[in-house]
Design a protein around this ligand. Structure first.
Ligand code: EPU
Length: 334
């Protein structure tokens, strides 16, 4: 089941030429167990990979990449208003969203067209247009990498936050996500207050209409991974102290923000980067995307070093000008 020395250039959305020492697809939890056992015997480090839409391979990966092909789907009605939908981790995220919309299940339509897989959505807590995966995740099914036992963890125990979870911090490497259970609504429930979404959706929202509107907005702003490699937003939006924000407002009264709590606000990194004139700037094959400067694209022949250097230069200039540290959302894989 394990393939050796695999070219993974097309298996991550940046499309930067690279290799992995080993790669394995698995169709079931039992297959995953066998593969991990073999990796342990060979002392191979392991790392799960979905569509590779949030990764920057800095060099050849010296280990085994584990790719889920578990695409099971089970439903449990809760009552007349809600349904629990359990999806295997290998579902392509947007295929899963399309399926839910077609079935008339409300809750993840705003997350249409996000690259990635169902498994990754629970690790990364993907979010867009006012909705985050954790708003609808009920629980996460896992395989523990040390004991090889299965377990299910409730979403409330995963410490979900903006693009974070315990799977990305304290639990990193301890579990492989094998499936995710979502609590979706059977009756209309829309979130339309982000940006111009309501305007694009129009006066009579429908589930499919919201999905179509989100896809339309995303297509205009974000590069199509099959055409122009990228890993989506390269940085997370920084959260800063309110005092710091007030000081910056004196100098930049037009600076947008999102409320976080009494002490903190979130500032769109896209605005900071745009304001400093980075749009369209390039370094080697890496370029700041014109339509959305939070995205770094591979114009064709980017080397990992180009992306790393460009990201560092952007972060440095943001710090120099605004005193704000922006950190990558993208995971660097060494
Ligand atoms: N902006 C500019 N110039 C630009 C683009 C944006 O100044 O060229 C400013 C505007 O003020 C705009 C604000 O930035 O209102 C926010 O822009 P946008 O709505 O495009 O969202 P974002 O904060 O840049 C986040 C997510 C996206 C998600 C959108 C919509 C992060 C790191 N990124 O981007 O997620 O699609 O909101 O919800 O939170 C991803 O994670 O890969 C991703 C694409």
């Amino acid at each position: 089941m394990i393939q050796e020395n695999v070219d993974i250039t097309s298996r991550h959305t940046f499309g930067i030429a690279t290799q992995a020492q080993a790669w394995a697809d698995y169709n079931s939890v039992d297959e995953l167990r066998q593969i991990i056992l073999e990796a342990k015997e060979r002392n191979l480090p392991i790392m799960p990979i979905g569509e590779g839409s949030n990764l920057l391979f800095v060099k050849k990966y010296e280990g085994l990449l584990l790719h889920s092909a578990i695409t099971t789907l089970n439903t449990t009605p809760v009552d007349n208003n809600e349904i629990l939908v359990h999806a295997g981790s290998g579902w392509i995220w947007d295929d899963f969203v399309a399926h839910c919309v077609a079935q008339g299940w409300y809750g993840i339509e705003n997350l249409s067209y996000i690259p990635g897989t169902v498994g990754a959505s629970a690790v990364q807590n993907v979010g867009a247009y006012g909705v985050e995966a954790c708003d609808v995740i009920e629980s996460v099914s896992l395989l523990a990498t040390d004991t090889l036992k299965e377990c299910t963890i409730k979403a409330s125990e995963c410490n979900y936050g903006y693009r974070t979870s315990l799977f990305k911090s304290e639990w990193r490497g301890m579990y492989i996500v094998t499936g995710v259970t979502f609590r979706l609504s059977l009756t209309p429930r829309y979130t339309l207050d982000y940006g111009n979404l309501r305007q694009v959706v129009g006066d009579t929202p429908t589930l499919q209409g919201v999905r179509d509107a989100v896809i339309e907005i995303r297509r205009k702003k974000l590069p199509e991974p099959s055409v122009l490699g990228s890993a989506g937003s390269f940085f997370v939006n920084p959260v800063i102290g309110r005092e710091h924000y007030q000081k910056l407002l004196e100098k930049y009264p037009e600076m947008p923000h999102y409320e976080v709590n009494d002490e903190q606000v979130k500032v769109p990194a896209a605005w900071l980067i745009d304001h400093l004139g980075w749009k369209g700037k390039s370094l080697g094959g890496a370029m700041v995307y014109e339509q959305q400067p939070l995205v770094i694209v591979n114009t064709g022949n980017a080397k990992p070093g180009h992306v790393v250097q460009l990201a560092q230069d952007i972060a440095f200039s943001v710090f120099e000008n605004f005193g704000i540290i922006i950190t990558p959302e993208v995971n660097y894989v060494y």
